[in-house]
Design a protein around this ligand. Structure first.
Ligand code: PEP
Ligand code: MN
Length: 340
């Protein structure tokens, strides 16, 4: 349930309403806009009527939200959420490109790729240390050693880093990681999401291979319900009957997610396509459709990559893509911010 407070409501009136609602067991999540204050009421809202709330002078309007996600709902917060990562903003007109290899393989590999994507204008560096692989015999990532190499690349380039977590007990290892990624396969690992909700750190939440947009938003809600409101959604392609590509990029997800939610939406065309030649057209389509950012896999030697070589761009291809993205961005009304 959403309560829009009257602009004339005094601090005292708001406090008294807050006390009454908390006494009835509700939790209040406040969204303070430029002119309007909105309260999202979380709890068993079937036990309260609109009329009971409208009886307070401090209440202007009340709306029942039918969707089960309340905090992620655009109705609870009409303005776009801007997630800030070391001075780099994503959402609300700010666009970021996250780039880097699928997995961290060696010091030379990650430092070379990091430097090349920085020069091309990427804002954040990605690289997997803990890899969720379909086969237990595939490369599983360099794990703790990989994280260490990623942190060194962060230091060398000044780029904030994004890397995937797979289990709650690994959280202490991610202290110096700027954005924690929840991969498609863990989108509904609810125990992991609950633990990430306790952090005050941005979370990049990827859509599951066969999950609906409402399911993605419910997973975001798990993180937000814990008090962590810095969630970035990521469309990365879904399973369809088509088999010529690894997945099918759901372009429609971009405007629909932005209608349903205030959270920033990033698109990963690399995992959607699984094929290098499709990464650029899909990336540009995502920008045109209103994405707030891109996540692109880049490798200095794709043919020898230990993971996802066929979809990895070379640094030169990435740089060309960046030039096109920069030209297209003004048309979508967004700007790229590189931080200080
Ligand atoms: C990744 O980004 O490294 C990854 C494994 O992607 P996804 O979870 O979308 O498959
Ligand atoms: Mn990958």
């Amino acid at each position: 349930m959403i309560i829009v407070l009257s602009q004339k409501a005094s601090g005292q009136e708001k406090d008294s309403l807050r006390r009454d609602l908390e006494k009835r067991g509700f939790e209040i999540h406040e969204s303070q806009g430029k002119t309007t204050t909105i309260w999202g009421l979380v709890g068993d809202t079937s036990s309260i009527t609109e009329d009971e709330l409208l009886a307070y002078d401090s209440v202007k309007t009340v709306r029942r939200i039918k969707e089960a996600y309340k905090l992620a709902n655009r109705e609870a917060k009409p303005e776009d959420t801007v997630v800030e990562v070391s001075g780099r903003k994503i959402g609300g007109g700010y666009f970021q490109v996250i780039a880097g290899p699928c997995s961290i393989e060696s010091q030379t590999q990650i430092t070379e790729v990091a430097e090349s994507i920085r020069q091309a204008g990427a804002g954040l560096l990605r690289g997997g240390a803990f890899k969720p692989r379909t086969s237990p015999y595939s490369f599983q990532g360099l794990r703790e050693d990989g994280l260490q190499l990623l942190l060194e690349a962060k230091k060398a380039t000044g780029l904030p880093i994004v890397t995937e977590i797979m289990r709650p007990d690994a959280i202490p290892l991610f202290e110096e990681v700027d954005v924690i990624q929840v991969g498609a396969r863990n989108m509904q690992n609810f125990e992991l999401l609950k633990e990430l909700g306790k952090l005050r750190k941005p979370i990049l939440l990827k859509r599951g291979l066969a999950n609906t947009l409402d399911e993605l938003l419910m997973s975001a809600e798990y993180i937000m319900a814990g008090g962590n409101s810095q969630v970035i959604l990521c469309e990365r392609g879904i399973r369809t009957f088509e088999t010529s590509m690894r997945n099918t990029l759901d372009i429609s997800a971009i405007p629909m997610l932005k209608k349903k939610s205030h959270l920033p939406v990033v698109v990963d065309p690399s995992h959607a396509a699984g094929l290098r030649f499709m990464v650029e057209p899909l990336a540009l389509a995502a920008v045109a459709a209103g994405a707030d950012g891109l996540m692109i896999e880049v490798h200095n030697d794709p043919a020898r990559a230990l993971c996802d070589g066929p979809q990895s761009l070379t640094p030169a291809m990435f740089s060309e893509l960046m030039d096109k993205v920069k030209k297209l961005l003004p048309l979508s009304g967004k700007q790229m911010e590189q931080g200080e």
